[in-house]
Each structure stands twice: as structure tokens, then as C-alpha cells.
Design a protein. Structure first.
Length: 73
């Protein structure tokens, strides 16, 4: 996996967030993989070998959570 640096994080979320309700960058969520409270705007993006991009927990690579693992607190 290779990290991709995103300059306009809100725009990236608008275009790539997989669910209908797009969070704001200041929103707080809980990642169930690392059991941490996170700020959405601190997310990271990683691409796999085939180029598929994943919006990942800010604690990656220590945590392997992605947006599907984030819940409202």
C-alpha cells in the first residue's frame, strides 16, 4: 500500500466517500479497529497495488481501519 497525499481533503471526501452522508472534516468518529476517537479531517488515503484507493484511519499504518469502520460518537 502506498500513501497518497490529499491537498483538498473535503473535496476528496465529496468525490470518494462511499456512503450518502458525507462528514465534515471537523466531525469526530470512533474507529472500531483501533478503538480511538478520530477527527475525520485527519484521514489518510492509501492505494493498493491495483490503484484502488482507501480512505483510512488517521492511525494507519498502526491501524488498518477504513471509513467502513468509523462510527458516530
Amino acid at each position: 500500500m502506498k500513501e497518497i497525499v490529499i491537498k483538498d481533503k473535503q473535496n476528496y471526501l465529496i468525490k470518494n466517500y462511499p456512503f450518502s452522508e458525507i462528514p465534515e472534516l471537523a466531525d469526530r468518529k470512533k474507529c472500531i479497529h483501533c478503538d480511538s476517537e478520530i477527527i475525520v479531517g485527519n484521514y489518510k488515503v492509501f492505494a493498493d497495488e491495483s490503484g484502488v484507493e482507501y480512505i483510512s484511519c488517521p492511525n494507519t499504518p498502526k491501524c488498518n481501519g477504513t471509513v467502513i469502520d468509523w462510527f458516530d460518537i
